[in-house]
Design a protein. Structure first.
Ligand SMILES: Cc1cc2nc3c(=O)[nH]c(=O)nc-3n(C[C@H](O)[C@H](O)[C@H](O)COP(=O)(O)OP(=O)(O)OC[C@H]3O[C@@H](n4cnc5c(N)ncnc54)[C@H](O)[C@@H]3O)c2cc1C
Length: 538
């Protein structure tokens, strides 16, 4: 094995200082802002903050309308105009984790926030399949020990966590490579294993992570080091980096590429992957620091319970089925236009939709040229999941582990063990990257049929064992765009530091704008930053 190096204390402090230094910086900015707002509350007619209630987030209450009206009469004209403003303080577009976190912070600070969501459900890329046995996660799945904001919010909202043992998900894999089945115990000595030395002990499903992380230049650096000029020389194709810097051969790279979260390693900046593993290393260091706590957790009852609880804590209920197609910034207020013909106005907007969605959204005035290019050119990783009910324990017939990691078109087939005693509950074929594009030419039914046919072809014991119950794919959905943002070679330097720049009264949030954390915690980081930016302008 080639385990990730155990971080020393200095290293841990550096990382800790990186992520949580920023966190406390933001907290300080909020505290300053809060003090400012509290002094404002001496003015009658202004929102008054009250302590947190049982929902976890504090609830905003207003002074009685009569007292407010009297007070307004005594204010100068400019202040009266402000107080009489009919729109909302802030409209948040998108009820994923980033938008909801921003909305909750702004409400806590006494602002009137309206949240508009295009889908008919809360949560965006966090989506628990509540109707499937075992309630598997079809979107954001694991929270790392470094997910400080997300874990804190879950705890404040009274949600419980499950570690990997309790969540008992996919267990042991068998491997199918170049048409041959290989058991984990045989991999080290198997002739199809292309690696050398200690690397031979790394199982195929761990190769991408463990080999990519070797000699990672970002290791031990602050979490936002990836956007600094010092590392710009690694904004090159990942394949080139793996060959020229780490000396891996084509077959090793081919196997690493099977489950790449982007589209292909040729198209992925090495810096993007280095950052991914540096954040993973930070997670490992946090898990070490919290000895006894699992490194990865999920929310008991399904991760969707978190965004749902956050939405329930908002005074203004999230408006569903409100697909936004245009923003009109008139200087003093922004009008947000929805597909159902409704319009909303606010002094400021936080737009948390995935970047690719904005290709179809109109901004007046137009976005700066760099932002327009970023929206056009930045893509998200693709994946498609085909979920199945299990009709029989097919693995008992061929005596191999039920879950397969393969270089076949369906890539991974996992059996979920999410029953109360670890029983098998459902299964999923999970296809990432370039392979997923092919499925764009198929209807949902064709995807299920094709995948089942391929599975039965390579594993005869699966015949009659599977019943398709649905497919899930963010990049197929109009409100999705893909799984996670990824950076192509050269894009980190061009765009990464600029994704969070406000356009007039419109701020941008979303996992793609986070500089330190990634995935769900990145969404929280970005929501917090956008909320503070909006507060500082309100
Ligand atoms: C399969 C999969 C597995 C993942 N696994 C993990 C994991 O294990 N750990 C991890 O940390 N992360 C994981 N992620 C990533 C994580 O889920 C996301 O990074 C995070 O949830 C993104 O949150 P967000 O608020 O930035 O965006 P979103 O959740 O996408 O929220 C944006 C919201 O905007 C809405 N919207 C879009 N367009 C419009 C419009 N025009 N008008 C109105 N509303 C609109 C969307 O419907 C959505 O609700 C995974 C993602 C996927 C897809």
């Amino acid at each position: 094995m080639n385990p990730a190096p155990e971080p020393g204390l200095a290293f841990q402090l550096k990382l800790y200082g990186g992520a949580f230094g920023a966190f406390s910086y933001i907290s300080r900015r909020i505290a300053l802002r809060r003090r400012w707002r509290m002094s404002e509350q001496a003015l009658p007619g202004k929102p008054r903050r009250v302590p947190m209630d049982a929902s976890g987030y504090s609830r905003r209450r207003f002074i009685g309308a009569g007292a407010g009206a009297l007070a307004v009469a005594g204010l100068p004209a400019a202040a009266r105009a402000v107080t009489n403003y009919k729109g909302h303080d802030v409209i948040v577009v998108g009820a994923g984790l980033s938008g909801l976190h921003a909305a909750c912070i702004l409400q806590e600070q006494g602002l009137d926030v309206m949240t508009l969501e295009g889908r008919n459900r809360i949560g965006g890329r966090v989506y628990t399949l509540m109707d499937v046995p075992g309630k598997p996660e079809a979107g954001g799945e694991w929270m790392g020990a470094n997910y400080a904001r997300m874990i804190d919010t879950s705890q404040r909202l009274g949600l419980q966590m499950l570690g990997p043992d309790e969540a008992s998900d996919i267990r042991e894999w068998c491997y199918r490579i170049r048409g041959e089945y290989i058991l984990a115990s045989d991999w080290e000595s198997h002739p199809l294993n292309p690696t050398e030395g200690d690397d031979r002990r790394i199982l195929p499903h761990r190769m991408l992570f463990e080999l990519s992380h070797k000699n990672n230049p970002l290791s031990g650096q602050p979490l936002d080091a990836w956007i600094t000029p010092e590392f710009a020389r690694f904004d090159i194709p990942q394949t080139h980096y793996l060959k020229e810097y780490l000396g891996f051969d084509d077959e090793t790279i081919r196997l690493m590429n099977v489950v790449i979260h982007t589209d292909h390693m040729d198209n992925t900046s090495a810096l993007h992957e280095m950052r991914r593993y540096a954040v993973g290393e930070f997670n490992a260091s946090r898990a070490l620091a919290n000895a006894g706590q699992p490194a990865w957790v999920q929310i008991k009852g399904g991760n969707s319970r978190l965004p749902e609880a956050m939405a329930a804590s908002l005074d203004n209920p999230v408006e569903l089925n409100k697909t936004v197609y245009a923003f009109e910034d008139k200087g003093k207020e922004v009008t947000v236009h929805c597909m159902d013909g409704t319009r909303y106005t606010a002094r400021q907007v936080i737009c948390s939709t995935p970047w690719p969605v904005l290709r179809k959204v109109k901004f007046t005035p137009r976005l700066p040229a760099r932002m327009e290019r970023a929206i056009d050119e930045i893509d998200y990783g693709t994946s498609i999941q085909v979920h199945f009910l299990l009709r029989k324990n097919f693995w008992e017939l061929d005596e191999m582990p039920g879950s397969m990691w393969t270089d076949e078109p369906f890539e991974r087939f996992g059996v979920h063990h999410r029953g109360p005693n670890g029983e098998a509950t459902s299964a999923v074929a999970f296809i990432n990257g370039n392979e997923a594009y092919k499925y764009d030419f198929m209807s949902d039914e064709q995807v299920s049929e094709y995948t089942m046919r391929e599975l039965e072809r390579v594993r005869p014991s699966l015949k009659g064992a599977l019943e398709p119950i649905g497919i899930q794919s963010c990049h197929r959905e109009v409100h999705g765009g893909g799984d996670w943002v990824f950076w192509r070679p050269g894009q980190v330097g061009q765009f990464a530091a600029h994704m969070r720049e406000a356009h007039g009264n419109i701020h941008f949030a979303g996992e793609h704008t986070a500089l330190m954390e990634r995935g769900m915690e990145g969404a929280f980081e970005s929501g917090e930053r956008a909320a503070v930016d909006a507060l500082l302008r309100s």
